[in-house]
Design a protein. Structure first.
Length: 615
């Protein structure tokens, strides 16, 4: 679990003890923390009398003493870690309820073992336009292949993660749910589909599913997490706890620096943002992201309220009680992105034949074309609802979801500040200027305010544990952000492994982000090699995948000697183009056909030596 680093000067521990305890706590589950706190309390209580403390009892001791139930297998498929986190929470709650639960990464799970399962829970996200996350691809393919087994004795349930702004919302979860039933499995509970603001719904689902499987498998009931009572040692100061900061309770961070990285004349606008995290207790690792709870642009809020013909001060029931309509639309609800679920709910109020026709199943392409580039205000103006109250309107909206940005700095190198690389989103569409919610708040309105932030850990995008292992980093545009953190971290560690960076942008003179950092690291030997592709600086456009193919022989040699390959950036085109380039070079220089090269790359993925953070 996450916690603030224990400091020598704020505790009775020496420096070595503080470091050891901090490292141990970082590996523990909440249940393990509870057990240890009870064990230490027992030692403390008996130390005065000289008696030997009795063996500590786990909070789940009654369950452990009971006869073990049938195995309950929890599989997760997760691109950024959300499904994994919920799967782990489910395991802890299931164990506390007396269930014999285990959790597995789909990438590490042998698909042929499915036929042995009797009780299965799947927690899986959907990536991009309906695709399974990287670690779920093999199992997903197996389930829909000719080798998929009959699952007549299987009891299962599926929790799906997605984003309603995508047309194929929770598609991977729907795939697993339907196919497990088709193969003979018995659904124990209806599939639950979670949107980006999933915390409350996930907790409710865990409660329900633990009870459902507990009733079926004979658990001891309960399953609520115990909350340890922590007593401070005399004289110890209370240290800030990072565990207190989360998506539900973000840390208010001040912006220290806001620097445009592009030169004059660039078509891009990318900002280097530095946030003050001193005394926050926030800790992160290279590869993690920062979640930001943004505010909507006041101009967009004003425009929407005017289109609704409502008063800004009208009282509505918001996320956490009664607030003004203006406050709710500014701070609490998504008011830009059009989604099909929102349009469907709006259409029920509008009673417009034209809007109903646009929502017809055979008009999906026409609806997608209408939604492209439009905001909610456009729908309100195109299909007005006379007399719609503000209270009724906000009930149609989803909560304002956080925005995630790859962290561009190492905690080891900069413990008191956190860096981001943010592309400001501005464009014209359908006669209106448009802008990104968080990116423009950071670019234009981040001074003199505190940004609500939290750390979003990404366990699937991490540096190798071996500092001598080589790494290859592919990050065009703002995708280069985490690799700046990677190199800062390796510099701090004194890592001896070779480092190779591929970077791409439009122009060398205006778009070479962090050029000074790369050149310094190249000069000092930390950055072993750097290949750059500036697509608009010559007649024929050149991209990072072209540079990868050109360096294919050397890349394959690096991979053969143990290099991990990292890809970060655009999922729509770049990630697939780079993937294809990797398969091509593996086939050519590994003397493999297309199937063999694809299998080689899948094996790298299983070994955590091909990692992607694409969006």
């Amino acid at each position: 679990m996450k916690s603030a680093p224990i400091q020598e000067h704020t505790s009775p521990l020496n420096a070595q003890q503080a470091q050891q305890l901090t490292e141990l706590i970082g590996t523990l589950t909440p249940m393990q923390v509870t057990w240890i706190s009870g064990y230490l309390a027992g030692i403390n209580a008996h130390s005065a009398t000289g008696e030997v403390a009795p063996p500590a009892q786990s909070a789940a001791a009654p369950a452990a003493q009971a006869e073990a139930s049938e195995p309950l297998t929890i599989l997760y498929g997760s691109q950024t870690g959300n499904a994994e986190d919920v799967a782990e929470q489910l395991r802890e709650r299931a164990e506390a309820a007396g269930l014999n639960a285990t959790v597995h990464d789909m990438l590490d799970y042998k698909p042929k073992d499915l036929k042995k399962e009797q009780n299965l829970i799947v927690c899986v996200s959907t990536h991009g336009e309906g695709d399974p996350p990287d670690n779920a691809e093999e199992l997903h393919e197996f389930l829909f292949g000719k080798k998929a087994p009959k699952l007549d004795g299987l009891r299962f349930s599926v929790l799906a993660f997605g984003d309603t702004s995508y047309d194929n919302f929770c598609q991977t979860g729907k795939d697993f749910d339907a196919q497990l039933e088709k193969l003979g499995g018995k659904r124990m509970a209806e599939r639950v589909d979670l949107d980006v603001d999933f915390d409350d719904a996930a907790e409710a689902w865990i409660d329900d599913i633990v009870k459902t499987f507990g009733d079926a498998l004979g658990g001891t009931g309960g399953g609520e997490q115990p909350h340890p009572t922590v007593t401070a040692m005399p004289g110890a100061e209370a240290a800030p706890s990072a565990a207190n900061y989360s998506r539900k309770n973000p840390y208010p961070a001040e912006v220290l620096e806001n620097i445009v990285l592009n030169g004059r004349g660039s078509d891009k606008e990318v900002h280097h943002i530095e946030l003050d995290t001193e005394d926050s207790g926030l800790v992160w690792e290279p590869g993690d992201s920062l979640g930001i709870i943004p505010e909507n642009d006041p101009a967009v809020v004003e425009e929407l309220i005017a289109a609704l013909n409502l008063a800004p001060e009208e009282t509505v029931t918001g996320v956490d009680g009664e607030v003004s309509l203006e406050h709710a639309l500014t701070h609490q609800y998504e008011i830009t992105t059009l989604t099909r679920p929102f349009i469907e709910k709006y259409a029920e109020q509008a009673r417009s034949e034209a809007l109903d026709a646009l929502l017809a199943e055979d008009q999906r392409d026409a609806l997608a074309e209408y939604m492209d580039g439009r905001f909610i205000v456009d729908l309100v103006e195109d299909y007005p609802i006379e007399g719609l109250a503000g209270a009724d309107f906000v009930r149609l909206l989803r909560k304002l979801p956080p925005r995630l940005y790859s962290i561009a700095s190492s905690y080891a190198a900069n413990p008191d500040e956190l860096h981001l690389t943010v592309a400001a989103v501005r464009y014209e569409a359908h006669g209106r200027p448009r802008s990104g919610v968080a990116s423009i708040q950071l670019a234009d309105r981040s001074e003199d305010i505190k940004l609500p932030v939290y750390i979003d850990s990404n366990k699937n995008f991490k540096l190798p544990a071996d500092d001598a292992a080589p790494i290859i980093m592919i990050g065009p545009g703002t995708g280069v952000a985490p690799f700046r953190a990677f190199l800062e971290e390796r510099e701090e560690r004194g890592a001896s492994g070779d480092n190779w960076l591929f970077f791409g942008a439009q122009h060398f003179l205006t778009d070479f982000y962090y050029q000074t950092d790369w050149l310094r690291w190249r000069r000092e030997g930390l950055l072993t090699r750097m290949d750059v592709a500036f697509s608009r600086d010559q007649a024929e456009k050149t991209y990072v995948q072209d540079k990868i193919r050109a360096a294919g022989e050397q890349m394959f040699a690096w991979i053969e000697r143990g290099a991990t390959v990292y890809v970060c950036g655009d999922a729509n085109a770049m990630a697939s183009d780079v993937h294809d380039a990797l398969i091509d070079l593996i086939g050519e220089h590994g003397d493999l056909d297309a199937e063999g090269a694809a299998g080689y790359l899948k094996q790298l993925q299983k070994e955590k030596r091909y990692q992607r953070d694409v969006y």
